[in-house]
Design a protein. Structure first.
Lengths: 920, 120
């Protein structure tokens, strides 16, 4: 009862008291006036009036109960009932807590990834600029595109990158946006910039932004100032704003950070401000350490380019992402129309001949309040799949609790009969029972929040592992709390409704007359139906689990073509320190020599890309004197590698020779190709001596001669199909040479070699931090993080679901045996053997299990087919209808369910007929 | 919330008591004691209103919106809770009276079917 209610009721009580008192006094006065003594009068008045307490009681009834008061009564009653059955309550609450907790944990992630808005001023006004075209745009319009782009099967292309000229056009002429600002990542991936603070060189992640970035977003620094348009002027001193997190990590939140001089890839900058703690940039999952104005210095370019200055005037080099803020009253459609008009003028100005219409891109606006959509696109479907998974678990938990309550409802049918007989309305009783189940669900929800908190931490730890980690802020918030509360309420009503209706559908008289309730007979049937449903859902989960686990196994246990054990990887980028061309080659060669000489190192080499890192180079080639069949794919994946690459990795040489120290900058250009390349282009003829060159790259004039053929090895990812690959000496690919990855084969644990290697690198240059130092195994594991997550989570949830379902089966069969104690006693008395009884109960159990399986198999197949049509790469080395997996899932379920069913069956077979017949 | 529960408790006067109370209040606001007095007086002491019925009825009628109440002083300077008919209460009184008249006519018809032919 609320306090207000309480006050209100007290006042009415007092008033009633006063009203009755005044009645009594008036009556007494009348009597004294007609001559009775005052004592006499009071007595007779009291007699006449009757029992004042009863009168008050009856009168109060007329006020009616306020709904809050009734709720309070119901809750108190429910709490009492729950305390009286601690076992039932504990099982129910725990089941629900696990179910709700799992759901909340996944939902927290969905909230963080899918629903959260940028912590900026009025995020709903922000729009993100994209372009779309029906085919990849004509080379006349865009010769090079750096950034996030996508082409679908029909060839329709989308991207977020524009030329700087387009930005200037929009900024100068649009009337629909109150501000428009641009940004692009510095370097590639995480830690793309060499930052030097007080002589300590480390790697940091940053964006280059237009001067109005902070004002356009409406983000004010908590210390110092934001970047402004003044910082963009030619000749302005380099200004940098750092993130709160970076400030904490590198400067211990010292206020004297303002004015601190740092260098970024050797260029001087001054820290002028610190961003607010919640702001990490506009790309969720990619937390930035710093922001600088679009630079006009050497060595700092977008997307790993060496230079920005050269890009600014180029109208056909697209790299800048843009967001804008809609003016009040302007719709996104109006804005899109005007921006596209400006864009067409800019992009197609002076083109002759005009490109085909389908090769001309158009501006499309997307809501920008949530920032870039990469993370959302990457995780949305897997997260919703996980949500579906845990929803099934919750459903099983709900069915359990419903079965428990059903059993109890039958046990309470006598109580219900009495209450109905005393005039309680059925609706009132149902409400009371629902209060109980909602209270139970509420407790489950509260406990579930706790589980969810741990679960989310664990999930984040998995997702955030590795170098391409996803920085996510997951905090308990109102959305998540609301979700949990709604979930608890819905589940409470869901699992409470059937038992409640069932419990109150009793016939009053037989229940009062008999010691054993005969009504609510159907409840065993309903409980059995629930068990069948649980079995079916459980099979769906187990089948999914089986597929995920086997997918992971297939990925992990396949032959990748090289030895990933005892292999250490790390990257360095001396170009940030001004190394180029021959000087760079010589640095790498000397480093390789020193590293190979370290004790504990068996072999060492280097390559442009780390093996199995999800990166690849792909270029079209032409083969000298070769006429390709029509439609032959001329695309070749390639990598620049150091000497002894194949020996270090352990890739088998099939033909010819490997790349060695003799392949230098000046020697004849050579290539070693994989077996797939040889087969693809040359069939069974000998590829050695054949020559090719790349089309359309800066190195198009270099002609490479094939000198060796290698066994196939995984190149980009574990999932990739066999593709033609060429390995080229890095000394002969100077135009593509930048930072590289070293691969070091060690005798012992690879990471133990790191300190020695760091010392070697530091001797060459103290400002070259190692990037992404890890073992090859770790590198591979990172690329299958999602598969691992699915396999682990679904195993956990699958086992959980199976346990819950078996508890349900056990409970229901146990209850059914209880109900039939009498009958079983009679059977035994009439000569049934223990074995007969055992078999009878087991038959009943297996009927439930097999009906459940019968429903579950088609459901499982359909579910997985649907899921794998929605999510590409869900399975590996398996089909959606995998017979052995479904057999395994079914067998597992039958085994565990039989065990769960055996206990009640054994109990039934031991029923003593004498006891059973006296049972009533 | 559940005025129908009252029906289980109040015995035979149910319905008529409501009407009698409303009728009594037609001549002006009155407190509970005076109402019971008036009913007794008008009925020539034939109808004794139990307080255990009167007060629940008053509170219920007030809840139904047919009565309003306020605290006032009586002529003998006693504070008492006075009840007054609302517009809704007046309408209710009219309809109850109409029903009562029909009821009386009907019962009368049953009890005295051949009244005119009855020998004196």
């Amino acid at each position: 009862m609320s306090f207000i209610d309480w006050i209100f009721r007290r006042r009415r009580d007092q008033e009633l008291e006063e009203e009755i008192q005044s009645h009594l006094e008036m009556a007494a006065r009348d009597r004294t006036e007609s001559g009775e003594s005052s004592d006499e009068a009071r007595h007779s008045v009291q007699r006449e009036f009757g029992n004042t307490i009863l009168v008050k009681e009856v009168t109060r009834e007329m006020w009616g109960w306020t709904s809050l008061e009734r709720l309070r009564q119901d809750v108190r009653y429910a709490a009492r009932t729950m305390r009286k059955n601690p076992g039932v309550t504990a099982v129910a609450v725990l089941s629900l807590a696990l179910g709700i907790g799992a759901n909340t944990a996944i939902f927290s992630l969905i909230d963080a990834v899918m629903l959260k808005r940028l912590p900026v001023k009025q995020p709903e006004q922000l729009v993100m600029l994209n372009w779309v075209s029906r085919k990849w745009p004509s080379r006349q319009i865009v010769s090079t595109q750096s950034g996030y782009s996508n082409s679908d099967k029909t060839g329709r292309a989308t991207s977020m990158s524009f030329s700087y000229a387009a930005f200037e056009q929009f900024r100068a002429h649009n009337q629909v946006l109150s501000s428009i600002f641009g940004f692009a990542p510095l370097g590639l991936g995480k830690g793309g910039v060499n930052i030097n603070i007080n002589g300590q060189a480390t790697l940091a992640t940053g964006d280059m932004v237009t001067g109005n970035y902070f004002s356009g977003l409406g983000v004010s620094p908590i210390l110092g100032r934001a970047l402004t348009e003044d910082d963009e002027r030619p000749g302005a001193a380099g200004a940098a704003v750092i993130s709160y997190d970076y400030w904490t990590r590198q400067f211990g939140r010292s206020p004297s950070v303002l004015g601190e001089a740092i260098t970024l890839n050797l260029n001087p900058y001054i820290i002028v401000g610190v961003a607010p703690p919640e702001f990490f940039g506009v790309e969720p999952g990619r937390a930035l350490d710093f922001w600088i104005p679009i630079p006009d210095v050497r060595g700092l370019g977008p997307w790993g380019d060496p230079d920005t200055r050269a890009l600014l005037p180029k109208r056909d080099w697209w790299w800048l992402m843009m967001m804008g803020r809609l003016k009040p009253g302007v719709t996104a459609q109006q804005a899109q129309a005007q921006l596209d008009g400006l864009f067409q003028q800019e992009a197609t100005a002076g083109l002759n001949p005009m490109p085909k219409p389908e090769e001309i891109p158009h501006v499309e606006l997307a809501p920008g309040g949530q920032g870039l959509k990469n993370l959302r696109e990457q995780f949305s479907k897997p997260l919703f799949l996980l949500l579906a998974l845990v929803a099934l678990v919750l459903l099983i938990a709900c069915a359990n609790v419903a079965a428990l309550l059903l059993a109890r409802a039958t046990a309470r049918s006598k109580e219900m009969g009495v209450r109905l007989a005393l005039g309680a309305s059925r609706a009132r009783l149902i409400r009371q029972l629902l209060t109980e189940s909602v209270l139970m669900a509420g407790l489950g929800g509260a406990l579930g929040l706790l589980f969810a908190y741990w679960g989310t931490e664990a999930l984040l730890a998995v997702i955030a592992s590795g170098s391409d980690s996803v920085a996510l802020e997951v905090h308990p918030n109102l959305t998540v709390l609301g979700y949990t509360a709604a979930l608890a309420l819905i589940t409470g009503v869901l699992f409470g409704l059937a038992p409640a209706t069932r419990a109150t559908r009793v016939e009053v008289t037989p229940n009062l007359k008999e010691a054993t309730p005969t009504a609510a007979r159907g409840s065993v049937g309903l409980a059995k139906l629930l068990v069948v449903g649980q079995m079916a859902i459980c099979l769906v989960l187990l089948y999914g689990t089986g597929l995920f686990v086997r997918t992971l196994e297939n990925l992990e246990n396949q032959n990748i073509g090289f030895n990933q054990r005892n292999l250490l990887l790390f990257g360095i980028d001396p170009t940030t320190q001004g190394y180029k061309n021959e000087r760079l080659v010589s640095l790498y060669n000397q480093m390789l020599g020193r590293i190979r000489a370290l004790p504990g190192v068996r072999d060492a080499t280097l390559s442009g890309l780390a093996p199995i890192s999800d990166w690849q180079n792909a270029s079209d080639i032409s083969i000298e004197g070769y006429k390709p069949e029509a439609g032959l794919d001329m695309n070749l994946k390639w990598d620049a590698v150091g000497p002894e690459f194949f020996e270090t990795l352990g890739i088998r040489l099939l033909l010819g020779r490997a790349i060695g120290a003799g392949d230098t900058v000046t020697s004849a250009k050579v290539a070693v190709v994989n077996e797939a390349m040889a087969r693809h282009f040359f069939g069974s003829s000998n590829p050695i001596g054949r020559q090719f060159h790349f089309n359309g790259t800066p190195g198009a004039k270099d002609i490479f001669t094939i000198v060796g053929v290698l066994d196939n090895a995984k190149f980009k990812s574990l999932r990739e199909q066999l593709k033609p690959v060429a390995y080229l000496p890095y000394t002969q690919m100077l135009w593509a040479l930048g930072g590289v990855h070293f691969e070091v084969r060690t005798a012992g644990p690879p990471l133990a070699m790191l300190p020695a290697i760091r010392r070697v690198v530091r001797e060459f240059n103290p400002n070259l931090p190692l990037a992404d130092a890890k073992t090859q195994q770790e590198q591979i594991d990172e690329t299958i993080m999602q598969e691992r997550l699915f396999a682990r989570l679904s195993s956990f949830f699958g086992v959980l679901a199976m346990l819950l379902a078996c508890v349900g089966l056990y409970g229901t069969m146990n209850y059914a045996v209880n109900r039939r104690t009498n009958e079983i006693g009679v059977r035994t008395a009439l000569g049934a053997q223990r074995g007969n009884i055992l078999a009878m109960v087991l038959r009943e159990t297996s009927l439930l299990v097999f009906v459940g399986l019968g429903l579950g198999v088609p459901a499982a197949l359909a579910t997985v087919r649907l899921a794998s049509s929605q999510i590409s790469d869900l399975l590996y080395g398996l089909k959606a209808n995998d017979v052995s997996t479904i057999l395994m899932a079914g067998a597992m379920l039958v085994a565990v369910a039989t065990f769960a069913g055996l206990l009640p069956a054994r109990r039934a077979s031991r029923i003593d007929p004498m006891v059973a017949l006296r049972y009533e | 919330m559940s005025p129908e529960r009252y029906q289980n408790r109040i015995e035979l006067l149910q319905g008529t008591l409501d009407m009698l109370i409303l009728q009594t209040l037609q001549w002006g606001p009155q407190h509970g004691y005076a109402i019971s007095h008036a009913i007794r007086a008008y009925s020539g002491d034939a109808l004794q209103v139990e307080t255990g019925s009167l007060y629940p009825a008053l509170h219920r009628l007030e809840r139904q919106g047919w009565l309003e109440s306020e605290w006032r002083k009586t002529e003998s300077n006693q504070r008492a809770k006075f009840y007054r008919l609302t517009t809704g209460g007046k309408k209710q009184l009219l309809s109850e009276r109409r029903r009562w008249d029909q009821f009386v006519t009907a019962i009368g018809g049953v009890l005295n079917p051949i009244k005119t032919e009855e020998p004196l």
